[in-house]
Design a protein around this ligand. Sequence first.
Ligand code: AMP
Length: 179
Amino acid sequence: MTDIQELLLSRIRDVRDYPQPGVMFKDITPLLADPEAFGALTDTLAEIAVGNGATKIVGLEARGFILGAPVAVRAGVGFIPVRKAGKLPGATLSQAYDLEYGTAEIEVHAEDLAAGDRVMVIDDVLATGGTAEASLQLIRRAGAEVAGVAVLMELGFLGGRARLEPALAGAPLEALLQV
Ligand code: AMP
């Protein structure tokens, strides 16, 4: 493990049985409160975005906003929020996806993505991959290209990487930490 990975891991708090029994919640608030760790995370994700030729950053509500916004500024590209349904005021594209029980829906402002954009999706945790997969479908439906997905932490035992593979279509999935 690199020094940066050790620093990042040391600032993530495991909260057992939150928000429901059986879930080990990965709380990144200690990392956000530490400027050295938050800065290192921002720099690393920005390097990945620039290295993959991203021209836009998509952040997934809500922690993807906190991580993605400074990454976009550092990378010198625009930031686009992908939100839960009903939160964006303008004309949107929507994508529904399956959860373990039921479905969810995310949206993006249609005018924010266009042909010629190369989009990097950023979030804190990749779990089942459902949210990230739906975001890639939104990006492609808007006519833009996928530059990749970058997350702080991948929960490998949930199989998100395999679920994302078809939607990635060869674009990279970068996880700074694996659990
Ligand atoms: P998924 O669509 O299953 O990959 O879930 C991804 C979303 O849920 C991400 O935006 C994460 O922030 C959040 N999430 C899922 N599982 C966890 C966890 N164990 N700890 C923290 N966040 C999680």
